[in-house]
Design a protein around this ligand. Sequence first.
Ligand SMILES: Cc1cc2nc3c(=O)[nH]c(=O)nc-3n(C[C@H](O)[C@H](O)[C@H](O)COP(=O)(O)OP(=O)(O)OC[C@H]3O[C@@H](n4cnc5c(N)ncnc54)[C@H](O)[C@@H]3O)c2cc1C
Length: 394
Amino acid sequence: MRIVINGAGIAGPALAYWLLESGHEVLLVEESPRLRSGGYVIDFWGVGYDIAEKMGLLPRVIELGYQVQEVRFVDRDSRRRGGFSTGVFDRMTNGRFTSLQRSDLAATIYRALDGRAETIFGDSVAGIRDAGDSVQLDFDHAAPRQADLVIGADGLHSRVRQLAFGPEARFETALGYYVAAFEIEGYRPRDELVYVSHGIPGRQISRFSMRDERTLFLFIFRDRYLAGEAPSNERERKSVLADVFADVGWECPRILAAMENSGGVYFDRVSQIRMDRWSLGRTALVGDAAACVSLLAGEGTGLAIAEAYVLAGELARCGGDHVAAFARYQDRLMPFLQRKQDSAAGFASSFAPGSSIGIAFRNQVTRLLRIPLVADFFIGRDLRDDIVLPDFQF
Ligand SMILES: Cc1cc2nc3c(=O)[nH]c(=O)nc-3n(C[C@H](O)[C@H](O)[C@H](O)COP(=O)(O)OP(=O)(O)OC[C@H]3O[C@@H](n4cnc5c(N)ncnc54)[C@H](O)[C@@H]3O)c2cc1C
């Protein structure tokens, strides 16, 4: 089949990889003029880690990854108030856990395509007409094309979803936070392999020291701190962060001053996408476009890779019957994704606690995570993927 995939992030190239393995012809369309670089750091483990191993990507993923040693919560004077050694993650995942930049993971998957998928950068699917036996696609720039299937792998704010299923508001559940991230070169202090966070009620800032003198900063804050519309450009994003974090203390004045010279501030609502179907005719969704779990799950990339693997696997098993394959893909994964979404939403209040008591409780609990029974109770359920994926033959 000729299959067009909109979005070359995590899910798109992973799906392209498995579709190529089964002999399909793939066109990837990515709105960014080139593969995105930089950006935030993700934790990577679970079913997606297993699939990455099947794809032969683990050596590179581990090379690019950071084996974080500690998560540390500090007060405004940088004194340790809570946190835990990440040995707890290693123990629960049998050492199959790493952290790396999302863009490094995306590039690693894309490279595995080895030039076998045509890719159009700087463009997007802009129109979908399902003709029953094929689908006619318009693009923002490229000439129209005909395909057998079109897949939306274009993330949380998916355009394919909007074109085929309706407006985002119908599927989005906002979890009550905004998130922002950017990186700076040469920031001091550095704490190698330690994820350092400081929070006051409703607002939290974290920093992580990366290679090449870079430091990643992650801001989380409750949506009540943002009056009015979300910022629409870089200048507005910086101005919102400077306002919201002005009185947070700790290293904030230094970080906010350094932010002025940084490029590429990521800023978005923390949301999930919940749908009751992931396909319609010859169109299907994968990754965040279908079932964004949000950063609170800490597993969106792994899940996107797993979804891509199952979608391609079911298409291979159903021998070209895309209706049956889409149904099996959804039946196999939707309940699992819904459980992941529920547990991430349940975790929302402890992510950037809204009160001093909440922060003190979070700090206390995280100190106790070194006790295996406590760790099992608080994070074991979320870390384990209660699903076994088939061993598809491509
Ligand atoms: C701050 C933050 C922290 C996170 N932490 C973690 C973590 O620790 N662990 C984890 O596993 N996950 C984490 N996630 C979630 C993870 O990043 C996503 O779940 C994952 O990237 C989803 O992959 P995807 O391919 O579906 O979407 P994306 O990675 O968002 O890729 C979508 C791609 O589509 C492109 N695109 C968008 N619109 C169009 C269009 N109209 N036309 C063409 N292309 C388009 C985009 O440019 C992008 O390349 C985090 C997310 C955030 C925001």
